[in-house]
Design a protein around this ligand. Structure first.
Ligand SMILES: [Fe+2]
Length: 389
């Protein structure tokens, strides 16, 4: 059995109606909140958040300009507002962009300087970061797992890189995970974030860091996504499907925070950094090539994933099942309206060369986590495959 270190310090309040708990919980973390969000303009979630805080006697300032693939200037602007307003804790409400930004704002505000002093971690001045302002995450999408992880991913517009940062202190103090908040997600977002959840689970299962402990979460999350994402996509108001997707999101989040994703996430961050394509779409674009390129590294594990995607494979040999994994994944992704290759991105040979170097600097923790060892040449071969299939 593999050894495993388990640290999951975030308090999670899960379930329909749990959003209302913000009123009871927020006063435990401070007296004035900076609410960090992408705006949520087509919903009433932001006014409801401010209403709950007011009822709790908590003052609030709002930074609502977080962009998809949040930029370094978003983080620094939000920190400026936090300081001007005298906020002592941060609430991230929305999808991964809002929650990652909240975590980044909180840690930089506590320790000083600009977000650019903290990323990429591989080359940043290694500070001994042990403290952050308290963070509450309220997830309105079922993807990213950000509400239970210590990570934040930020795009540097000048270099078009999308590195991550993560210190142990950055785990949110509290995650409120209410499936009712996900009902208003548009179909395309449901698909994009739902497939992100699937890849968190799948990549951890196919990574060097997989353990008996993380396999429990990874397998269960994949099973739930395969069953419930197509339902949530077709029937946005199906609360049972939304609930299981939200729980899969947390479960897969545990997989990637106890373990790690496997290379595909590094590719996705590089593609999104250069193109601003949504995370779930860039993952999808590289995923089929990723499976084709790596499946020989561990036939049994890839066969397991294939059998989850198609229970009818039950009697097939592991070799047959593993070989069919890429096609089964392609079919699953296609039915959600997501791309399965990189033809539409228009990456040049020079772009691929840049990505193959950058990912080992920007996302060193995950770039070589695949069961198939990855170096610069492997990344070039894999991306060329994604351009052709
Ligand atoms: Fe992700």
């Amino acid at each position: 059995m593999k050894p495993v270190n388990i640290y999951l310090p975030t308090k999670v309040i899960f379930g329909q109606g749990s959003f209302a708990e913000l009123k009871n919980e927020a006063p435990k973390y401070g007296s004035k909140a900076l609410v960090v969000t992408t705006g949520l303009s087509k919903t009433n979630i932001l006014p409801r958040t401010l209403g709950l805080l007011k009822e709790a006697g908590i003052e609030a300032a709002v930074y609502k300009d977080v962009e998809p693939n949040p930029k370094t200037y978003n983080i620094d602007d939000a920190i400026k507002l936090l300081k001007e307003e005298g906020c002592d804790f941060v609430i991230g409400i929305g999808g991964g962009s809002a929650m990652d930004s909240a975590k980044a704002v909180a840690v930089v505000a506590k320790n000083g300087g600009s977000i650019t002093d903290y990323i990429p971690m591989a080359t940043a001045n290694k500070k001994n970061i042990t403290e952050t302002l308290p963070v509450i995450c309220i997830s309105t999408t079922s993807g990213t797992g950000s509400e239970v992880t210590m990570f934040a991913v930020v795009t540097i517009p000048e270099t078009m890189e999308k590195p991550g940062l993560g210190y142990t202190c950055m785990y949110p103090k509290l995650a409120i995970v209410d499936p009712e908040l996900t009902i208003s997600m548009p179909k395309s977002v449901t698909a994009e974030v739902g497939i992100d959840t699937f890849f968190h689970a799948m990549e951890n299962y196919l990574s060097k860091s997989a353990t008996e402990f993380t396999d429990i979460f990874s397998r269960q999350a994949m099973e739930w996504v395969i069953k419930y994402l197509p339902v949530a996509y077709a029937e946005p108001g199906d609360i049972e499907a939304r609930s299981f997707m939200h729980l899969a999101n947390v479960t897969a989040g545990y997989s990637i925070t106890v373990g790690t994703p496997a290379t595909l996430h590094a590719l996705s961050h590089a593609i999104s950094g250069m193109t601003d394509i949504a995370h779930g779409r860039s993952l999808s674009m590289a995923s089929v090539a990723f499976i084709r390129y790596t499946y020989m590294a561990d036939i049994k594990r890839y066969a397991d994933v294939a059998r989850l995607l198609s229970p009818r494979l039950g009697k097939a040999s592991d070799e047959e099942a593993a070989e069919s994994c890429a096609d089964l994944l392609k079919d699953f992704i296609s039915r959600l309206g997501l791309p399965t290759d990189m033809k539409s991105v228009g990456f040049t040979d020079r772009d691929i060369e840049k990505v193959s170097t950058d990912i080992f600097i920007a996302t060193p923790r995950i770039a070589n986590q695949s069961l198939k060892p990855m170096d610069k040449n492997s990344i070039i071969e894999l991306l060329n495959l994604a351009r052709q299939i």
